[in-house]
Write a protein that binds this ligand. Structure first.
Ligand SMILES: [Zn+2]
Ligand SMILES: [Zn+2]
Length: 465
């Protein structure tokens, strides 16, 4: 059976739910279009999974409201037919949303009857399903998809995703109260451990920053980790890849980390791909992630996961370091950066942390190495020089800052905004700078109603190469 989970972007949630609804307010309703993300085989359950992500909220015009009270809402079918038409044209899944101001989120008998009728209409129209979402007055959320006129699947989780990550689970996942997490429960409560246990986190790049990120996530109690890196351990990695030992030289970095995490015995499930992040074999794993950590040096790979964050509504926490050795003219220039990219915020390109020219060169080097070599000799390429300096204390420190951003998303420990957009730590000048970037006009990634929550499109991520 297909599993279902639903992501509602924070910016859409703000449109759906007024901050302080009165308990006796009438039920309210809206329509939405959701992008679909089909996962052929979930990495862990091996079952198909459908993820839906909010793409657009459509107000129901006042003229369409027939009646509303604290216990019911009905509206005209004219607008509903228009919704189905829009969904067909956009290749999206239609959704109806309504509130239960005076109670929690559940599907009432009345809801069952109304929705059956609407689901039949949707089915006849030819859309792949009709989603229904209920928002409770107590903050709870329930959702299901009608796949036919009388069959539905209940979402096992609904997550509200923005600077904060708030997960609503249909029922308790496997017993979350692990003895070894008692000390952090004392700080953030049992709900924190429970959310972590349910999380699927993907780490892209398992070197100097990715290796401590992966090990910290496992220690923290994340239930499912997916590691992607195409490299094997080199002699020069022993200075910073956590968990590596000299006999591991030549071994896949992802396998070293898997071994280390499994040896911890903390109940974390690890799956690995020794592959390039843009290869098709890693797509299902990326699309099922709740968070993605970008721990690669690679501009091309970074450009790719940057797009993925916006199309699928998956927060990306990206880490980078820039270390320049002292010479006669300048002192050391030692910078670490953590940037969070997700719908509603500037992307990595607008934040200036990805070099588009370098990304093209890296693609060239991978796909046409002779051409790349030729251009390099003619000095037409800017990169591909000496390896960058790297020191374990600095890479590890930024890995910790990155994982703390995920904790901030779940707990709000450094403010209700959740994750910080961009932090640059400058060790040489002993400060942190918080740079406010803007979305560039016309950025197709972060400033586009089309790509936000688009889900699966052809070609994948609307990328031609
Ligand atoms: Zn209801
Ligand atoms: Zn952008």
């Amino acid at each position: 059976m297909t599993a279902l989970d639903i992501t509602i972007l924070e910016q859409h949630m703000e449109l759906l739910r007024p901050p302080f609804p009165a308990r006796d307010a009438p039920e309210a309703a809206a329509y939405m279009l959701l992008g679909a993300s089909d996962i052929g085989a979930d990495l862990w359950s091996r079952q198909p999974r459908l993820r839906l992500v909010s793409h657009r909220v459509i107000d129901i015009p006042a003229a369409d409201h027939i009646s509303a009270s604290p216990v019911h809402v009905t509206w005209s079918t004219v607008g509903f037919m228009r919704l189905l038409g829009d969904a067909m044209i956009a290749g999206k899944v239609p959704a109806i949303v309504h509130t239960h101001p005076g109670s929690y989120a559940f599907f009432s008998d009345q809801d069952d009857r109304n929705e059956q009728e609407l689901a039949r209409t949707a089915h006849l129209k030819g859309v792949r399903g009709l989603v229904s979402i209920v928002l409770g007055g107590d903050g709870s959320v329930s959702a299901r998809i009608w796949t036919a006129a009388n069959t539905y699947i209940v979402a096992d989780t609904v997550q509200i995703v923005g600077g904060r990550f708030i997960r609503h689970a249909a029922e308790a996942t496997e017993s979350a109260e692990a003895e070894h997490l008692d000390r952090q429960r004392r700080l953030f409560g049992a709900g924190f451990n429970k959310t972590l246990r349910s999380l699927r986190v993907c780490v892209v790049g398992c070197g100097g920053t990715g290796s401590p990120v992966a090990l910290l996530l496992a220690r923290l109690g994340v239930g499912y980790i997916y590691l992607i890196d195409n490299d094997t351990l080199a002699e020069t990695n022993l200075n910073r890849v956590h968990g590596s030992h000299r006999p591991d030289v030549g071994m896949a970095k992802v396998e070293i980390l898997k071994r280390e995490i499994e040896t911890m015995g903390v109940g974390c499930h690890v799956i690995t791909s020794k592959a390039w992040v843009k290869s098709t074999e890693v797509r299902d794993g990326l699309k099922s992630a709740d968070f993605i950590f970008g721990c690669t040096d690679d501009n091309s790979g970074r450009t790719f996961i940057n797009r993925l964050a916006y199309f699928y509504g998956i927060p990306l926490i990206d880490v980078g370091l820039r270390m320049v050795a002292a010479n006669e003219r300048q002192i050391n220039d030692l910078n670490g950066r953590v940037t969070t990219a997700l719908p509603g915020r500037p992307c990595l390109i607008c934040s200036g942390v990805v070099n588009a020219a370098r990304a093209h060169e890296e693609d060239l080097e991978r796909t046409r190495p002779e051409e790349f070599q030729k251009r390099k000799e003619e000095a037409y390429v800017i990169g591909g020089g000496d390896p960058a300096p790297a020191v374990v204390t600095f890479t590890t420190e930024m890995a910790t800052v990155a994982v703390n951003e995920m904790i901030a998303a779940i707990t709000g420990f450094h403010g209700s905004e959740g994750m910080i957009s961009n932090r640059v730590r400058r060790w040489h000048s002993r400060d942190d700078r918080f740079l406010a970037h803007r979305k560039r006009d016309g950025c197709p990634v972060c400033n586009s109603d089309w790509s936000r929550g688009a889900g699966d499109v052809v070609p994948f991520l609307d990328m031609v190469s």
